[in-house]
Structure formats: C-alpha cells, structure tokens
Write a protein that binds this ligand. Structure first.
Ligand SMILES: Cc1cc2nc3c(=O)[nH]c(=O)nc-3n(C[C@H](O)[C@H](O)[C@H](O)COP(=O)(O)OP(=O)(O)OC[C@H]3O[C@@H](n4cnc5c(N)ncnc54)[C@H](O)[C@@H]3O)c2cc1C
Length: 389
C-alpha cells in the first residue's frame, strides 16, 4: 500500500517541508498540504502593507502555485487530530497518514488581553500581525491627526522579535512625513528586560540607541494587563496606567486550538520537538516553525521566524524520508538565520545570528542602509515570482 505524508499548514515551514519531501521521496508516497487559506505572504510584507507601500495583491501568492507538481494542496480547515488513529479530521473529510508534519504556526489572540478587542473594535487600537490587521491599522494611521501612539508588546513569545521595533520606527517616520512629529510621540513598551533579549546586550543597546536617535521612547519590563478603552489608557501589571491616542499592540500568541486539543502542547506552551529531527513525543508526528518550542542553550526560546521554520521544515522532511526508507542526508538544524529590519523609506538593516551557539546566541544587528533595502526587495520579488513562473 502506498504511504501518505500529510503536512498541516502552508506557511514557510509547511511549504519547505512539503517541497523537500517531494525531492526526497519516491512518487508512490503521496504528499498532501492542508491549509484553510489559499493565499500566503511573508511576514515582513505586513509591515510594508501597514506603511502603505504595498497592497495585498502585490505580496500574496497561492500555495498551490508555490507547490506545483507532485504535492496536493487541500484548502480545508483542520478540525481535529487523532494521533492514535493516525488521521487528521478536516471540514472536507478525513486524511489518514503514515507521517504528519504540524506546521500550523501561532495564532494571534487579542482577546487574551482584557479590553483589547473592544479597543480594536472601537478604533482606538490596532495591530499589524495579520493582513486584515495591517490594512486596518494603515487606515487608522491615515486618519491620525497627532497625539501619543503606544506600541505595546503584550506577551512573550511573539513572531519576529524585531517587528515591534520596525513597526514603531515606521510609524514615527510616517508621522514625520506627514508633518505630525511635533504634535506626536511614539513610545514602545515591552515586557523584556532589554529590546531583543534573545540577541544579547550589545544588540539591545544598539537598538535602543537607534530608537532614541529617531525619537521613539523605549520602556522595558512592562507587562500589559488590560486596556481601558473608555479612558484610552493601557494598564500594566505594575499598576501603571499610560494614556494613548492610538494603541498599536503586538497581540498575545498561542498554538492553534486544534493543536492544543490534540494534547501536543508541552510545558513551554508550544509543541516540544527533538533537534535536529523535529520529532514530537507523539508517534509519527513531526512539528516545525512557530508552533514549536525550541529551547536554546541560553534558556530562551528560538525566535519565531520564517527563516527558522524553513530550516526546520527541511530537517523534518529528511527525517521522515529516512524513516520511510529513503537514502537522504541526515537532518540538520543550525539555528543560523537573518531577519530584515525595515526602518524607513528605502532603508533596512538586518539581524543575523547563530541562535544555537553555546553558551548564548551570537547575533549582530547590521544598521539601516539603502543597499539592504534593495536586497530585501529583490528577495521579496523572487519569493512572489515562485508562484508565477
Ligand atoms: C510583522 C511580521 C514581520 C515578520 N518578519 C519576518 C522576517 O523579516 N523574517 C522572518 O524570518 N520572519 C518574519 N516574520 C515571522 C514569520 O512570518 C513567521 O515566523 C512564519 O510565518 C512562521 O511560519 P510557519 O510555517 O511556522 O507558520 P505560518 O506562516 O503562521 O503558517 C501556518 C499556516 O497554518 C494555517 N492554519 C492554522 N490553523 C489552521 C487550521 N486549523 N486549519 C487549516 N489551516 C490552519 C494558517 O492559515 C497558516 O497558513 C514576521 C512576522 C510578522 C507578523
């Protein structure tokens, strides 16, 4: 009987796993990718949409086009996992599997902060962590007539550790562009003891200096506990209240409900995996990307970023192919990666590092420059072109 590999999620992790599986496994092994969405985009493009530099159609691609030959794409909602019976329940039927890759990412849940959803509905708050959120925030910034904007990281961990800082810098730049900087102020609040704690103190200081230079005030060690829409104030767990005219939140993240219900979540709140195989403790189930918890030698968690999801997808594919009898290279996870850091019109820096280095990650922040922005644009164009060629 032919064997079946099912990949849940068509984000960077799931797509990387599916493509590598197709390279490594003979054609009689079927590979099916399941996702509720028939469009995908890179996280960084949400910042460009929020800033008004891109429209959704310019940054979106269809996973069916990215996957092409030899991998089936099923647009469906995953509604249940049955690890004992080795099958997935979707709203379009059941999928039995011999190997399962869970790449369902992290969902963003504003409802986890009391009052936040109400503030978003009332137009007092917004975020750029989904396409809908980025478009809505873009509108709110267009209507913003000046005042105090707070950018608040609600909980750790969240996707792409540099993104809140990019968001704050881009919003500050937008205000300058529209002649609103004298009547406005942008302030960033994070629960971390320093910005980008996973990258170490030197990067934190560099980032703090960049924010100061561009007029963004930084407040560390502040945990958001509630939003009071009526008074337009955020409340921190310390009891401090801060007034705002517009609140930009990095909403809390958690694993999707279907992953939590299947009992795959471990003590860190995410799916535990073994490196470098990306095996979970559950028989025939691998997990990659944002849904996982990879503990670094420093004790912190591996950042949730596409670059790591892709490397893990490749590693899981190799391990699955070996488990199914194919002769392929051993899985490897280096934890090496680079994230773009967009700071303004035509300029970007990047954060690059070895996150699995011992005893702590070795990370550098490369300061903003026009040539990095151009390279980023080329990479984004190449990614979109994959679905058009
Ligand atoms: C503003 C921003 C900027 C970013 N910038 C960068 C960057 O510069 N570099 C970088 O490396 N990373 C960046 N990221 C992070 C990056 O986007 C994520 O880490 C990456 O998308 C994770 O990939 P993944 O495959 O694990 O999950 P995802 O990309 O989240 O994919 C999960 C998929 O699962 C699907 N899904 C979930 N639940 C179900 C269900 N029940 N049924 C069916 N389908 C389901 C979803 O539709 C989704 O398509 C950024 C993120 C943001 C928000």
């Amino acid at each position: 009987m032919s064997r079946r590999v099912v990949v849940l999620g068509a984000g960077p992790g799931g797509l990387a796993a599916a493509r590598a599986l197709r390279r490594y496994l003979p054609r009689e092994v079927t590979i099916t990718v399941v996702d509720r969405a028939d469009e995908q985009r890179l996280g960084i493009s949400l910042l460009l949409v929020m800033r008004g530099w891109r429209n959704p159609a310019e940054v979106s691609v269809r996973p069916a086009d990215l996957l092409r030959d030899g991998v089936s794409f099923l647009q469906a909602e995953v509604i249940g996992l049955d690890p004992a019976g080795q099958r997935v329940h979707t709203d379009r039927g059941e999928l039995p599997y011999d190997a399962l890759v869970v790449a369902l990412g992290a969902e963003v849940v504003p409802e986890m902060v009391p009052g936040l959803e109400e503030a978003i509905t009332a137009g007092a708050a917004g975020h750029f962590y989904t396409l809908g959120g980025a478009l809505q925030l873009r509108e709110r910034l267009t209507c913003f007539a000046g005042g105090r904007i707070l950018v608040v990281v609600a909980r750790l961990p969240y996707k792409c550790p540099p993104a809140p800082y990019e968001g704050a810098l881009l919003i500050a730049e937008r205000l300058r562009d529209h002649g609103l900087s004298d009547s406005s102020r942008v302030e960033l609040f994070t629960p971390e003891p320093q910005p980008l704690a996973v990258a170490g103190p030197a990067v934190g200081q560099q980032l703090a200096a960049l924010l100061a230079e561009r007029g963004v005030a930084l407040h560390v060690g502040q945990e958001l506990s509630a939003v009071d829409t009526a008074r337009r104030e955020v409340v921190f767990s310390s009891g401090t209240r801060e007034p705002f005219d517009l609140l930009v939140v990095i909403p809390p993240h958690r694993p999707p409900a279907v992953v939590r219900a299947a009992g795959l979540v471990g003590e860190a709140g995410w799916v535990p995996v073994e490196l470098p195989t990306m095996r979970t403790p559950v028989e025939a189930v691998w997990a990659v990307g944002d849904v996982t918890a990879v503990r670094l030698p420093s004790g912190l968690l591996m950042p949730k970023a596409a670059v790591f999801a892709q490397e893990q997808g490749e590693a899981a594919a190799r391990d699955i192919a070996r488990a199914l009898g194919a002769t392929v290279p051993e899985p490897e996870v280096s934890g090496r990666g680079r994230c773009w850091f967009v700071t303004g019109a035509g300029e970007a820096g990047y954060v690059e590092g070895e996150f699995l280095a011992e005893p702590t990650p070795v990370v550098r922040l490369y300061p903003p420059a026009p040539e990095h922005f151009q390279t980023m644009e080329q990479e984004l164009a190449a990614w979109s072109a994959q679905g058009q060629g």
